[in-house]
Design a protein around this ligand. Structure first.
Ligand SMILES: CC(C)(COP(=O)(O)OP(=O)(O)OC[C@H]1O[C@@H](n2cnc3c(N)ncnc32)[C@H](O)[C@@H]1OP(=O)(O)O)[C@@H](O)C(=O)NCCC(=O)NCCS
Length: 325
């Protein structure tokens, strides 16, 4: 067994995807998606990576990186996996020792990571390292072939009657300010999503890179709620190349002054009908377990909850954590 710090090169994406997909079996990624994700990282977001090899085989991978949506130079997202065939041999612990030492050298404030609540071995591992559970988010899925919009039809109709129109970005191509207005409504509403860390308002350039240039972006399935020519709400369906029969539901958000008027319901309805008509079998989404507004709508639509993702924090500098939270 050998652990080496490394930087990703073109040839690494295929073995890395194989390794990650052996662990994240419900959320598969392709090498192309991983390459896009790596190349679209903002320059200010640093990343440090390690691979654990047994012979030529990739048996483990670790990474700490700053993330755009929760940017702090001294806070890192931690990814760490050991291939199921190589577990219970101390490889995870060895990777963690390398990662933790680097994080100390960087004077990190904290590391964040997430594991599924039914991954008992991973929960035990996090507990053993002294990580603390901070937050939970449900992954939930809806079978699109059985989509029954009845429970939210009245709310959606309320939005329509108050003059709100729902259009896709494809239908809004003639608006010269479309991209900037999409950015504004997306970042403004995202700031209100429940989160344990302060959410960063990303720049327009980063939004363009992460949205319009994302290979999983669908112009016909990114929807805007309009009050005249004002963009007041949004929702979007995203491709996921490891699951061609599935679309992910991304952020649904409505400006504060426009809430409780049925606008999110109208947006969801349009998005789900698009996905069903396009032939997708299911949609998957993630919601904080404390996000009652969004959960209410998804529960009414029949989204079924899967095991939650448990977010753990590894606090390295308690004082700094308190002043930067
Ligand atoms: C979640 C969100 C999009 C809902 O938008 P909305 O347009 O206000 O939702 P709707 O008007 O369509 O609500 C439909 C139903 O959902 C439920 N609901 C909505 N907001 C609720 C709230 N604050 N508390 C309890 N139930 C709520 C109600 O049953 C409501 O019907 P009613 O108003 O007739 O009682 C909005 O609160 C928001 O933008 N939040 C911040 C961003 C966010 O968290 N997005 C989700 C990230 S996963």
């Amino acid at each position: 067994m050998k652990i080496e710090a490394f930087e990703l090169t073109k040839d690494d994406y295929a073995p890395l995807a194989d390794l990650m997909n052996a662990v994240y079996t419900d959320n598969l990624s392709t090498p192309d998606e991983m390459e896009y994700f790596e190349n679209s990282r903002e320059a200010k977001c640093k990343s440090y990576k390690w691979r654990l090899k047994v012979g030529d085989e990739w048996a483990g991978f670790g990474e700490i990186r700053n993330v755009s949506d929760f940017y702090h130079p001294d806070k890192y997202w931690l990814n760490m996996v050991v291939h199921p065939d190589h577990r219970n041999r101390g490889y995870g612990q060895a990777l963690w020792v390398a990662i933790e030492a680097k994080a100390r050298e960087l004077d990190a404030i904290k590391l964040r990571t997430a594991v599924k609540e039914d991954w008992e071995y991973a929960l035990r591992f996090c507990d053993k390292q002294g990580m603390v559970e901070m937050f939970r988010g449900w992954e939930s899925a809806l079978d699109l072939q059985n989509l029954d919009p009845t429970p939210i039809l009245a709310q959606a109709e309320k939005a329509r009657q108050s003059g709100i129109a729902i259009k896709s970005l494809a239908e809004l191509r003639s608006d010269p300010d479309r991209d900037r207005k999409t950015y504004e409504v997306s970042v403004e509403t995202e700031m209100d999503a429940p989160s344990i860390e302060p959410i960063t308002k990303i720049s327009f350039e980063t939004f363009v890179e992460h949205t319009f240039k994302n290979p999983n972006f669908i112009e016909e399935a990114f929807f805007i709620a309009l009050d005249g020519d004002r963009y007041v709400g949004t929702t979007a369906m995203w491709l996921t190349q490891g699951h061609p029969e599935r679309v992910y539901t991304g952020l649904t958000g409505v400006l504060r002054d426009y809430r409780r008027r049925g606008i999110a319901s109208a947006l969801k309805l349009r998005g789900l009908e698009w996905a069903k008509n396009a032939g997708y079998k299911e949609t998957v989404t993630w919601n904080a377990t404390i996000n009652r507004p969004m959960l209410s709508i998804n529960e009414a639509l029949g989204f079924e909850k899967r095991p939650a993702w448990v977010e753990y924090h590894y606090i390295m500098r308690e004082e700094a954590c308190r002043s930067s939270a």
